[in-house]
Design a protein around this ligand. Structure first.
Ligand SMILES: [Zn+2]
Ligand SMILES: [Zn+2]
Length: 340
């Protein structure tokens, strides 16, 4: 018995050590318009945000597994499911068979249980997460090594006191125009968080839409400035309002888009109008957007459209001094930035 415990402890230590690089790593897994973002803390603990699509061939589960292997992980410490749409939770049952998931975090019950497909996915989630589940509220912290991860949005509620660097009035709020309520209301229940590592900040708001983003940045900016921004809702223009972009002022934006999902011209234009932006990176070439509006090809992980897509990763490595480097795993192209 003692031998087994020591052996187990040894293996666990080895698994954390093999992933412990001293740097923060973020991987965007290509799920053809689904969401799956893997975050590995400098000390080797991991959080996976969303599990992409269910497929008969388990394509997305296998792509996520490949990313965990690339990161040197033998388990996922925390799975955060931003909301229960199929493109964010579909591969979860298949993935849970491939790699241990220690803890599950979410916004609380689905608000779309009248939809049979959502209800089935939610039931599978309840079964797998039983006894290992935390329902998050705005203001909660997600414990992951030495990282400071604050839940800024959950279950339709925003934080009410600003993060460090936030709190200033947002002068663009007077021009805010609401849009029609979302027909998929679970989007607006999305968990959103700001991750801080030393002076570096990363923002992921799931599929939160326009009207709900407003609570985070109007009348005052609760978020502060953001260095690395995963465009909300795959970069769709029902999210990413000018009011949020104007005050988070991302240095780098990453679209987790698909070939035909996310990345309309207006979102590129609104991002490029912000003062600190240096580059946009894309999971996919956006085929419905003119080539000259898409970012430079070297910063796009996947150019193909359809069954032949290789599912190349984008990767960010963040050093404690705030230098962060993005790499396109399709061609090895890298570029470094500094948190500001
Ligand atoms: Zn989505
Ligand atoms: Zn959604």
């Amino acid at each position: 018995m003692i031998k087994t415990s020591l052996l187990t402890l040894g293996l666990l230590t080895a698994s954390v050590l093999s992933a412990a690089s001293g740097n923060l790593e973020i991987y965007w897994i290509d799920a053809e318009g689904g969401a799956a973002t893997l975050i590995v803390a400098p000390t080797g603990e991991s959080v996976l945000v969303d599990t992409a699509n269910r497929r008969d061939d388990d394509r997305d589960a296998n792509r996520i597994l490949a990313a965990t292997k690339a990161a040197g992980l033998s388990k996922i410490d925390i799975l955060v499911t931003t909301h229960y749409h199929g493109d964010h939770i579909g591969a979860m049952p298949a993935l849970a068979k491939l790699i241990p998931i220690e803890h599950y975090m979410d916004h609380g019950p689905s608000v779309e249980l009248d939809r049979p497909r959502v209800a089935a996915l939610y039931k599978a989630y309840e079964d797998l997460s039983a006894g290992k589940r935390t329902m998050l509220k705005a203001g909660d912290k997600i414990p992951l090594g030495a990282l400071d991860i604050t839940v800024v949005q959950s279950a339709g509620e925003s934080i009410t006191s600003p993060l460090p660097g936030g709190g200033a009035a947002n002068p663009t709020c007077s021009s805010f125009e609401p849009i029609a309520a979302d027909t998929d209301p679970d989007n607006d229940q999305s968990v959103g968080f700001v991750l801080r590592f030393c002076d570096f900040t990363f923002l992921d708001l799931g599929d939160l839409t326009w009207n709900y983003e407003k609570g985070l940045v109007c009348p005052a900016n609760m978020l502060g400035k953001i260095d690395l921004y995963q465009t909300t809702h795959h970069g769709l223009d029902r999210s990413n309002s000018p009011q949020i972009l104007a005050v988070i002022e991302p240095v780098v934006a990453v679209f987790n888009n698909g070939a035909r999902k996310g990345g309309p011209a207006a979102v590129f234009e609104n991002l490029r109008a912000t003062p600190r932006l240096e580059d946009i990176w894309q999971g996919h070439f956006a085929t419905r957007t003119p080539k000259e509006i898409n970012t430079a090809e070297q910063m796009i992980a996947n150019l193909g459209d359809g069954a032949d897509c290789e599912g190349n990763l984008l990767k960010a490595v963040v050093l404690p001094d705030g230098k962060f480097t993005l790499t396109n795993m399709r061609n090895g192209f890298s570029k470094s930035y500094q948190s500001k």
